[in-house]
Write a protein that binds this ligand. Structure first.
Ligand code: ADP
Ligand code: MG
Length: 422
Protein backbone atom coordinates (compact mmCIF):
# COMPACT_ATOMS: atom_id res chain seq x y z
CA UNK A 1 0.00 0.00 0.00
CA UNK A 2 1.26 3.44 -0.76
CA UNK A 3 1.32 6.05 1.97
CA UNK A 4 -1.71 8.30 1.79
CA UNK A 5 -1.05 11.44 -0.14
CA UNK A 6 -2.02 14.77 1.35
CA UNK A 7 -5.66 15.58 0.76
CA UNK A 8 -5.96 18.38 -1.73
CA UNK A 9 -8.20 21.26 -0.95
CA UNK A 10 -10.86 20.13 -3.37
CA UNK A 11 -11.14 16.82 -1.60
CA UNK A 12 -14.62 15.69 -0.73
CA UNK A 13 -16.40 18.60 -2.27
CA UNK A 14 -18.54 16.43 -4.47
CA UNK A 15 -21.68 15.12 -3.00
CA UNK A 16 -23.60 13.70 -5.90
CA UNK A 17 -24.91 10.25 -5.29
CA UNK A 18 -23.59 7.30 -7.14
CA UNK A 19 -25.06 4.61 -5.05
CA UNK A 20 -23.76 1.13 -5.68
CA UNK A 21 -26.41 -1.39 -6.61
CA UNK A 22 -25.17 -4.22 -4.49
CA UNK A 23 -27.45 -3.66 -1.57
CA UNK A 24 -27.25 -6.94 0.14
CA UNK A 25 -28.92 -6.90 3.52
CA UNK A 26 -27.02 -8.83 6.09
CA UNK A 27 -29.73 -10.13 8.29
CA UNK A 28 -29.20 -11.82 11.61
CA UNK A 29 -31.64 -14.65 11.28
CA UNK A 30 -30.62 -17.10 13.95
CA UNK A 31 -33.09 -17.04 16.77
CA UNK A 32 -31.27 -16.54 20.00
CA UNK A 33 -33.01 -18.95 22.25
CA UNK A 34 -30.02 -19.51 24.39
CA UNK A 35 -29.42 -18.04 27.77
CA UNK A 36 -26.14 -17.58 29.48
CA UNK A 37 -25.67 -19.02 32.91
CA UNK A 38 -22.99 -17.68 35.14
CA UNK A 39 -19.66 -19.39 35.79
CA UNK A 40 -19.73 -22.30 38.18
CA UNK A 41 -22.87 -21.21 39.97
CA UNK A 42 -25.62 -22.33 37.70
CA UNK A 43 -27.41 -19.05 38.20
CA UNK A 44 -28.77 -17.21 35.28
CA UNK A 45 -26.64 -14.21 34.72
CA UNK A 46 -27.40 -10.89 33.15
CA UNK A 47 -27.62 -11.22 29.43
CA UNK A 48 -25.03 -8.57 28.91
CA UNK A 49 -21.35 -9.38 29.13
CA UNK A 50 -19.41 -8.07 32.12
CA UNK A 51 -19.29 -4.36 31.95
CA UNK A 52 -16.00 -3.02 30.82
CA UNK A 53 -14.85 0.51 31.41
CA UNK A 54 -15.99 1.05 27.86
CA UNK A 55 -19.48 -0.21 28.56
CA UNK A 56 -19.78 2.00 31.62
CA UNK A 57 -18.57 4.93 29.61
CA UNK A 58 -20.81 3.96 26.76
CA UNK A 59 -23.92 4.57 28.83
CA UNK A 60 -22.67 7.72 30.47
CA UNK A 61 -21.42 9.21 27.26
CA UNK A 62 -24.24 8.12 25.06
CA UNK A 63 -26.70 9.85 27.31
CA UNK A 64 -24.38 12.79 27.59
CA UNK A 65 -24.19 12.80 23.82
CA UNK A 66 -27.94 12.84 23.55
CA UNK A 67 -28.08 15.70 25.99
CA UNK A 68 -25.29 17.49 24.21
CA UNK A 69 -27.50 18.04 21.24
CA UNK A 70 -30.28 19.61 23.21
CA UNK A 71 -28.44 21.74 25.68
CA UNK A 72 -25.12 23.23 24.82
CA UNK A 73 -22.94 24.28 27.70
CA UNK A 74 -23.69 27.86 28.68
CA UNK A 75 -21.05 30.34 27.63
CA UNK A 76 -19.19 27.68 25.73
CA UNK A 77 -17.24 28.48 22.63
CA UNK A 78 -19.90 27.04 20.36
CA UNK A 79 -22.36 29.82 21.00
CA UNK A 80 -19.98 32.67 20.18
CA UNK A 81 -20.51 32.89 16.45
CA UNK A 82 -21.71 30.89 13.51
CA UNK A 83 -18.18 30.22 12.36
CA UNK A 84 -17.01 29.07 15.74
CA UNK A 85 -20.14 27.03 16.06
CA UNK A 86 -19.32 25.24 12.85
CA UNK A 87 -15.85 24.47 14.09
CA UNK A 88 -17.13 23.30 17.44
CA UNK A 89 -19.41 20.84 15.76
CA UNK A 90 -16.84 19.09 13.63
CA UNK A 91 -17.14 15.41 14.24
CA UNK A 92 -15.23 12.21 13.89
CA UNK A 93 -17.00 8.90 13.39
CA UNK A 94 -15.55 5.45 13.91
CA UNK A 95 -17.91 3.54 11.68
CA UNK A 96 -17.06 0.09 12.97
CA UNK A 97 -18.47 -3.24 11.88
CA UNK A 98 -19.61 -3.88 15.46
CA UNK A 99 -19.74 -0.43 17.11
CA UNK A 100 -20.06 3.16 16.00
CA UNK A 101 -18.41 5.88 18.07
CA UNK A 102 -18.90 9.60 17.54
CA UNK A 103 -16.36 12.14 18.72
CA UNK A 104 -17.22 15.83 18.78
CA UNK A 105 -14.51 18.43 18.60
CA UNK A 106 -13.78 19.87 22.02
CA UNK A 107 -15.94 17.28 23.78
CA UNK A 108 -14.46 13.87 23.13
CA UNK A 109 -16.43 10.66 22.57
CA UNK A 110 -20.11 11.44 23.03
CA UNK A 111 -21.69 8.32 21.55
CA UNK A 112 -20.69 4.67 21.55
CA UNK A 113 -23.34 2.23 20.34
CA UNK A 114 -23.56 -1.03 18.41
CA UNK A 115 -23.76 -0.66 14.60
CA UNK A 116 -27.18 -2.30 14.47
CA UNK A 117 -30.45 -1.13 12.95
CA UNK A 118 -33.86 -2.72 13.47
CA UNK A 119 -36.25 -2.21 10.56
CA UNK A 120 -39.92 -2.82 10.02
CA UNK A 121 -39.88 -5.06 6.95
CA UNK A 122 -43.27 -3.96 5.68
CA UNK A 123 -42.78 -0.21 5.80
CA UNK A 124 -38.99 -0.01 5.86
CA UNK A 125 -39.27 2.29 8.89
CA UNK A 126 -36.52 2.29 11.49
CA UNK A 127 -37.72 0.65 14.69
CA UNK A 128 -34.53 1.03 16.72
CA UNK A 129 -30.85 1.90 16.26
CA UNK A 130 -27.79 1.13 18.35
CA UNK A 131 -28.01 -0.36 21.82
CA UNK A 132 -31.74 -1.01 21.71
CA UNK A 133 -31.48 -2.56 18.24
CA UNK A 134 -28.67 -4.88 19.37
CA UNK A 135 -30.89 -6.19 22.14
CA UNK A 136 -33.28 -7.27 19.38
CA UNK A 137 -30.69 -9.30 17.44
CA UNK A 138 -31.98 -12.84 17.13
CA UNK A 139 -35.17 -11.95 19.02
CA UNK A 140 -37.19 -9.98 16.53
CA UNK A 141 -40.86 -10.84 15.97
CA UNK A 142 -42.11 -11.46 12.47
CA UNK A 143 -41.95 -8.35 10.37
CA UNK A 144 -38.96 -6.78 12.12
CA UNK A 145 -35.35 -7.43 11.17
CA UNK A 146 -32.28 -6.38 13.10
CA UNK A 147 -29.46 -5.68 10.66
CA UNK A 148 -25.75 -5.07 11.07
CA UNK A 149 -25.17 -3.14 7.84
CA UNK A 150 -21.38 -3.32 8.10
CA UNK A 151 -21.17 -6.82 9.44
CA UNK A 152 -18.73 -8.23 6.94
CA UNK A 153 -16.41 -5.28 7.12
CA UNK A 154 -17.90 -3.73 4.01
CA UNK A 155 -20.69 -1.33 3.36
CA UNK A 156 -22.85 -4.10 2.00
CA UNK A 157 -26.03 -2.28 2.79
CA UNK A 158 -25.47 1.31 1.85
CA UNK A 159 -28.94 2.56 2.55
CA UNK A 160 -29.09 1.20 6.07
CA UNK A 161 -25.53 2.37 6.78
CA UNK A 162 -26.50 5.85 5.71
CA UNK A 163 -29.62 5.90 7.85
CA UNK A 164 -27.69 4.63 10.84
CA UNK A 165 -24.95 7.21 10.38
CA UNK A 166 -27.52 9.96 9.99
CA UNK A 167 -29.37 8.78 13.09
CA UNK A 168 -26.21 8.82 15.22
CA UNK A 169 -25.08 12.21 13.94
CA UNK A 170 -28.50 13.71 14.55
CA UNK A 171 -28.63 12.12 17.98
CA UNK A 172 -25.42 13.93 18.87
CA UNK A 173 -26.50 17.18 17.23
CA UNK A 174 -30.03 17.24 18.51
CA UNK A 175 -32.36 19.60 16.72
CA UNK A 176 -30.18 22.64 16.96
CA UNK A 177 -28.32 21.95 13.78
CA UNK A 178 -27.05 25.42 12.94
CA UNK A 179 -24.09 24.52 10.81
CA UNK A 180 -23.14 21.55 8.72
CA UNK A 181 -20.14 19.93 10.33
CA UNK A 182 -16.95 18.75 8.79
CA UNK A 183 -16.82 15.04 9.23
CA UNK A 184 -13.89 12.66 9.43
CA UNK A 185 -15.01 9.07 9.08
CA UNK A 186 -12.83 6.11 9.80
CA UNK A 187 -13.25 3.16 7.47
CA UNK A 188 -11.67 -0.32 7.41
CA UNK A 189 -8.26 -0.25 5.72
CA UNK A 190 -9.12 -2.78 3.04
CA UNK A 191 -12.15 -0.85 1.86
CA UNK A 192 -12.64 -0.57 -1.89
CA UNK A 193 -13.04 2.71 -3.75
CA UNK A 194 -16.75 2.04 -4.22
CA UNK A 195 -17.25 1.32 -0.53
CA UNK A 196 -15.28 4.40 0.42
CA UNK A 197 -17.45 6.47 -1.81
CA UNK A 198 -20.54 4.91 -0.28
CA UNK A 199 -19.34 5.94 3.19
CA UNK A 200 -18.69 9.48 2.01
CA UNK A 201 -22.11 9.67 0.43
CA UNK A 202 -23.60 8.51 3.70
CA UNK A 203 -21.74 11.34 5.46
CA UNK A 204 -23.05 13.94 3.03
CA UNK A 205 -26.54 12.51 3.19
CA UNK A 206 -26.29 12.75 6.97
CA UNK A 207 -25.76 16.51 6.64
CA UNK A 208 -21.99 17.02 6.56
CA UNK A 209 -20.40 19.97 4.81
CA UNK A 210 -17.18 18.14 4.01
CA UNK A 211 -16.40 14.49 4.51
CA UNK A 212 -12.89 13.16 4.92
CA UNK A 213 -11.91 9.56 5.27
CA UNK A 214 -9.14 8.09 7.37
CA UNK A 215 -8.02 4.48 7.27
CA UNK A 216 -8.63 2.49 10.41
CA UNK A 217 -5.02 1.44 11.17
CA UNK A 218 -3.86 5.06 10.95
CA UNK A 219 -6.64 6.22 13.28
CA UNK A 220 -5.95 3.32 15.65
CA UNK A 221 -2.24 4.15 15.76
CA UNK A 222 -2.88 7.84 16.47
CA UNK A 223 -5.44 6.93 19.12
CA UNK A 224 -3.03 4.50 20.76
CA UNK A 225 -0.48 7.33 20.98
CA UNK A 226 2.02 5.85 18.52
CA UNK A 227 4.50 8.27 16.94
CA UNK A 228 3.00 8.04 13.44
CA UNK A 229 4.93 11.01 12.07
CA UNK A 230 8.35 9.70 13.10
CA UNK A 231 10.65 7.90 10.73
CA UNK A 232 10.70 5.04 13.20
CA UNK A 233 8.21 2.33 12.25
CA UNK A 234 5.27 1.41 14.50
CA UNK A 235 3.03 -1.59 14.17
CA UNK A 236 -0.62 -1.54 15.10
CA UNK A 237 -3.07 -4.45 15.02
CA UNK A 238 -6.74 -3.43 15.25
CA UNK A 239 -9.10 -6.33 15.86
CA UNK A 240 -12.71 -5.33 15.28
CA UNK A 241 -15.94 -7.25 14.79
CA UNK A 242 -15.48 -8.20 11.15
CA UNK A 243 -11.91 -7.31 10.29
CA UNK A 244 -8.38 -7.30 11.62
CA UNK A 245 -6.19 -4.52 10.32
CA UNK A 246 -2.46 -4.87 10.64
CA UNK A 247 -0.24 -1.98 9.58
CA UNK A 248 3.25 -0.64 9.85
CA UNK A 249 3.27 3.14 9.91
CA UNK A 250 6.16 5.49 9.38
CA UNK A 251 6.48 9.18 8.42
CA UNK A 252 2.71 9.72 8.60
CA UNK A 253 1.85 7.00 6.11
CA UNK A 254 0.96 3.33 6.03
CA UNK A 255 3.98 1.46 4.68
CA UNK A 256 2.67 -2.11 4.80
CA UNK A 257 -0.78 -3.27 5.72
CA UNK A 258 -3.13 -6.19 5.62
CA UNK A 259 -6.86 -6.18 6.17
CA UNK A 260 -8.00 -9.68 7.05
CA UNK A 261 -11.68 -10.55 7.17
CA UNK A 262 -11.39 -12.10 10.58
CA UNK A 263 -12.43 -10.55 13.88
CA UNK A 264 -14.72 -10.96 16.86
CA UNK A 265 -17.61 -12.21 14.70
CA UNK A 266 -15.57 -15.15 13.47
CA UNK A 267 -14.65 -15.98 17.07
CA UNK A 268 -18.36 -15.98 17.97
CA UNK A 269 -19.14 -18.18 14.95
CA UNK A 270 -16.40 -20.63 15.97
CA UNK A 271 -18.05 -20.99 19.40
CA UNK A 272 -21.47 -21.59 17.82
CA UNK A 273 -19.94 -24.18 15.51
CA UNK A 274 -18.13 -25.97 18.36
CA UNK A 275 -21.20 -26.20 20.61
CA UNK A 276 -23.33 -27.37 17.72
CA UNK A 277 -20.87 -30.07 16.75
CA UNK A 278 -19.96 -31.30 20.21
CA UNK A 279 -23.27 -30.95 22.03
CA UNK A 280 -25.92 -30.70 19.27
CA UNK A 281 -26.90 -27.44 20.85
CA UNK A 282 -27.80 -24.26 19.02
CA UNK A 283 -26.55 -20.98 20.47
CA UNK A 284 -27.51 -17.46 19.46
CA UNK A 285 -24.85 -14.99 18.38
CA UNK A 286 -25.18 -12.85 21.47
CA UNK A 287 -24.77 -15.84 23.76
CA UNK A 288 -21.69 -16.87 21.78
CA UNK A 289 -20.26 -13.37 22.26
CA UNK A 290 -20.95 -13.60 26.01
CA UNK A 291 -19.11 -16.92 26.15
CA UNK A 292 -16.17 -15.45 24.23
CA UNK A 293 -15.89 -12.54 26.62
CA UNK A 294 -16.23 -14.67 29.75
CA UNK A 295 -14.39 -17.84 28.80
CA UNK A 296 -12.52 -17.10 25.59
CA UNK A 297 -8.74 -16.96 25.44
CA UNK A 298 -5.90 -17.32 22.98
CA UNK A 299 -3.30 -18.61 25.43
CA UNK A 300 -3.57 -20.75 28.58
CA UNK A 301 -4.07 -18.86 31.82
CA UNK A 302 -4.18 -19.97 35.43
CA UNK A 303 -7.48 -20.80 37.16
CA UNK A 304 -9.42 -21.22 33.99
CA UNK A 305 -13.16 -20.73 34.47
CA UNK A 306 -16.01 -22.83 33.19
CA UNK A 307 -19.60 -21.88 32.66
CA UNK A 308 -23.02 -23.33 32.20
CA UNK A 309 -24.60 -22.30 28.95
CA UNK A 310 -28.11 -22.80 27.75
CA UNK A 311 -29.04 -23.35 24.15
CA UNK A 312 -31.66 -25.13 22.11
CA UNK A 313 -31.24 -28.83 21.60
CA UNK A 314 -31.04 -29.52 17.88
CA UNK A 315 -32.93 -32.80 18.14
CA UNK A 316 -35.60 -32.23 20.78
CA UNK A 317 -35.93 -28.52 20.08
CA UNK A 318 -36.02 -27.88 23.84
CA UNK A 319 -33.70 -25.71 25.93
CA UNK A 320 -30.76 -27.60 27.41
CA UNK A 321 -27.78 -26.66 29.55
CA UNK A 322 -24.15 -27.71 29.08
CA UNK A 323 -20.94 -26.85 30.93
CA UNK A 324 -18.20 -25.36 28.80
CA UNK A 325 -14.58 -25.00 29.87
CA UNK A 326 -12.15 -22.22 28.97
CA UNK A 327 -9.82 -24.85 27.57
CA UNK A 328 -12.31 -26.17 25.04
CA UNK A 329 -13.35 -22.66 24.03
CA UNK A 330 -9.68 -21.83 23.43
CA UNK A 331 -9.47 -24.86 21.15
CA UNK A 332 -12.66 -23.81 19.40
CA UNK A 333 -11.23 -20.33 18.81
CA UNK A 334 -7.96 -21.62 17.46
CA UNK A 335 -8.67 -21.26 13.73
CA UNK A 336 -9.71 -17.59 13.74
CA UNK A 337 -7.02 -16.74 16.31
CA UNK A 338 -4.44 -18.39 14.06
CA UNK A 339 -5.76 -16.32 11.14
CA UNK A 340 -5.13 -13.16 13.21
CA UNK A 341 -1.61 -14.36 14.08
CA UNK A 342 -0.97 -15.16 10.40
CA UNK A 343 -2.03 -11.66 9.35
CA UNK A 344 0.54 -10.22 11.77
CA UNK A 345 3.28 -12.59 10.58
CA UNK A 346 2.58 -11.87 6.91
CA UNK A 347 2.69 -8.12 7.52
CA UNK A 348 6.01 -8.51 9.34
CA UNK A 349 7.30 -10.55 6.40
CA UNK A 350 6.42 -7.76 4.00
CA UNK A 351 7.86 -4.99 6.15
CA UNK A 352 11.14 -3.44 5.01
CA UNK A 353 13.97 -4.67 7.27
CA UNK A 354 14.74 -1.29 8.86
CA UNK A 355 11.15 -0.86 9.93
CA UNK A 356 10.86 -4.49 11.08
CA UNK A 357 13.86 -3.75 13.30
CA UNK A 358 12.02 -0.76 14.76
CA UNK A 359 9.00 -2.95 15.50
CA UNK A 360 11.30 -5.42 17.24
CA UNK A 361 12.29 -2.58 19.58
CA UNK A 362 9.04 -0.70 19.99
CA UNK A 363 6.72 -3.69 19.83
CA UNK A 364 3.26 -4.35 18.45
CA UNK A 365 0.29 -2.45 19.85
CA UNK A 366 -3.14 -4.09 19.87
CA UNK A 367 -6.33 -2.03 19.54
CA UNK A 368 -10.03 -2.72 18.86
CA UNK A 369 -12.50 -4.66 21.00
CA UNK A 370 -10.93 -7.95 19.91
CA UNK A 371 -7.67 -6.94 21.62
CA UNK A 372 -9.52 -7.68 24.88
CA UNK A 373 -9.55 -11.41 24.13
CA UNK A 374 -7.62 -12.91 27.03
CA UNK A 375 -4.09 -14.02 26.22
CA UNK A 376 -4.07 -12.68 22.66
CA UNK A 377 -1.08 -10.48 23.48
CA UNK A 378 0.74 -13.47 25.01
CA UNK A 379 -0.05 -15.65 22.00
CA UNK A 380 1.31 -13.03 19.59
CA UNK A 381 4.39 -12.54 21.74
CA UNK A 382 4.91 -16.28 21.72
CA UNK A 383 4.47 -16.65 17.96
CA UNK A 384 6.29 -13.57 16.68
CA UNK A 385 8.95 -13.05 19.32
CA UNK A 386 8.05 -9.34 19.35
CA UNK A 387 7.03 -7.32 22.39
CA UNK A 388 3.21 -6.93 22.35
CA UNK A 389 1.08 -4.52 24.36
CA UNK A 390 -2.65 -3.88 24.49
CA UNK A 391 -3.45 -0.17 24.11
CA UNK A 392 -5.24 1.58 26.93
CA UNK A 393 -9.02 1.37 26.32
CA UNK A 394 -8.40 -0.45 23.01
CA UNK A 395 -12.01 -0.25 21.81
CA UNK A 396 -11.82 3.58 21.81
CA UNK A 397 -8.47 4.03 20.05
CA UNK A 398 -9.91 4.45 16.56
CA UNK A 399 -12.48 7.02 17.70
CA UNK A 400 -9.84 8.91 19.69
CA UNK A 401 -7.41 8.85 16.76
CA UNK A 402 -10.08 10.00 14.30
CA UNK A 403 -11.02 12.63 16.90
CA UNK A 404 -7.43 13.93 16.94
CA UNK A 405 -7.91 14.75 13.26
CA UNK A 406 -10.83 17.07 13.96
CA UNK A 407 -9.05 18.62 16.94
CA UNK A 408 -5.92 19.34 14.98
CA UNK A 409 -7.21 19.34 11.47
CA UNK A 410 -4.42 21.13 9.63
CA UNK A 411 -1.61 19.15 11.26
CA UNK A 412 -3.28 15.84 10.61
CA UNK A 413 -4.79 16.56 7.20
CA UNK A 414 -1.94 14.67 5.48
CA UNK A 415 -2.99 11.41 7.10
CA UNK A 416 -6.50 11.65 5.68
CA UNK A 417 -7.14 9.80 2.44
CA UNK A 418 -6.71 11.97 -0.62
CA UNK A 419 -9.53 12.15 -3.13
CA UNK A 420 -7.09 11.40 -5.92
CA UNK A 421 -6.75 7.83 -4.79
CA UNK A 422 -10.02 6.89 -6.42
P1 ADP B 1 -15.49 -2.61 15.15
O1 ADP B 1 -14.41 -1.57 15.10
O2 ADP B 1 -15.44 -3.58 14.01
O3 ADP B 1 -16.85 -2.00 15.34
P2 ADP B 1 -14.76 -3.07 17.91
O4 ADP B 1 -13.36 -2.57 17.92
O5 ADP B 1 -15.80 -2.24 18.54
O6 ADP B 1 -15.22 -3.50 16.44
O7 ADP B 1 -14.73 -4.52 18.59
C1 ADP B 1 -15.88 -5.29 18.64
C2 ADP B 1 -15.50 -6.74 18.87
O8 ADP B 1 -14.75 -6.85 20.08
C3 ADP B 1 -16.73 -7.61 19.02
O9 ADP B 1 -16.59 -8.78 18.24
C4 ADP B 1 -16.73 -7.94 20.50
O10 ADP B 1 -17.31 -9.20 20.76
C5 ADP B 1 -15.25 -7.95 20.81
N1 ADP B 1 -14.98 -7.79 22.24
C6 ADP B 1 -15.38 -6.80 23.06
N2 ADP B 1 -14.97 -7.04 24.33
C7 ADP B 1 -14.28 -8.21 24.29
C8 ADP B 1 -13.61 -9.01 25.28
N3 ADP B 1 -13.55 -8.63 26.56
N4 ADP B 1 -13.02 -10.16 24.88
C9 ADP B 1 -13.06 -10.54 23.59
N5 ADP B 1 -13.67 -9.84 22.61
C10 ADP B 1 -14.27 -8.70 22.96
MG1 MG C 1 -12.88 -0.60 14.65
Amino acid sequence: MTPPRPADSSASDWSETDVPNDRISVVESARDEAGFIDENHGQRARRNPPRSSRAARRDAEASDGARAGNAEPAGSKWSISGAMSALGRDMAVDLGTANTLVYVRGRGIVLDEPSVVALDQRTGAIVAVGTSAKQMLGRTPDGIVAIRPLKNGVVSDFETTERMLRYFIQKVHGRRTLAKPRLVICVPGGITAVEQRAVKDAGYAAGARRVFVIEEPMAAAIGAGLPVHDAEGSMVVDIGGGTTEVAVISLGGIVTSISARVGGDQLDDAIIHHVKKEYSLLLGERTAEDIKIRLGSAFPTRNEPQAQVRGRDLISGLPRTVVLTAEEIRRALNDPVTAIVDAVRTTLDRTPPELAGDVMDSGIVLTGGGALLKGLDERLRHETGMPVTVAEDPASCVALGTGRCVEDFEALKPVLLAESRY
